[in-house]
Design a protein around this ligand. Structure first.
Ligand SMILES: [Zn+2]
Length: 132
């Protein structure tokens, strides 16, 4: 099983638990770190809409809580035929823990539809090194 297949399985498993009563748009995400560990998260909406969080943010939170820090790959899965990529805020969240070669996969239930580098999704970005 490839890393991407494991990530897709992890993302699909948590997508089923997404709390999306308002949008009905369930999202799952999986982060694989350079240590090889996989962390998953789903979107968690809130009646106070701005308080909801994205699946990627939830997965990154799980990664950080486990003491892991360096993202090798991220996979986001959503239903439907459209290509669903990370929102702008999550691109920045990924960037915080990315390497120069971090990959971001946009997937549907059928598998990965397109793969980007974080630099493609967030060119000329601001990151931790700008503050050092
Ligand atoms: Zn997001």
């Amino acid at each position: 099983m490839s890393d991407t297949a494991e990530m897709l399985d992890a993302a699909l498993a948590v997508q089923a638990n997404a709390h999306a009563p308002y949008s009905g748009f369930r999202v799952g995400a999986a982060v694989r770190t350079t240590s090889g560990a996989i962390y998953a998260g789903c979107n968690v909406e809130n009646a106070s809409f701005p308080e909801g969080i994205c699946a990627e943010a939830a997965a990154i939170g799980a990664m950080v809580a486990a003491g892991d820090r360096e993202i090798a790959e991220v996979l986001t899965v959503a239903d439907g035929d459209d290509l669903t990529t990370c929102c702008g805020g999550c691109r920045q969240r990924i960037r915080e823990f990315a390497t120069a070669v971090t990959l971001v996969h946009a997937a549907g239930p059928d598998g990965v539809r397109r793969t980007f580098t974080i630099d493609e999704l967030l060119p000329e970005s601001f990151g931790p090194e700008n503050l050092s």
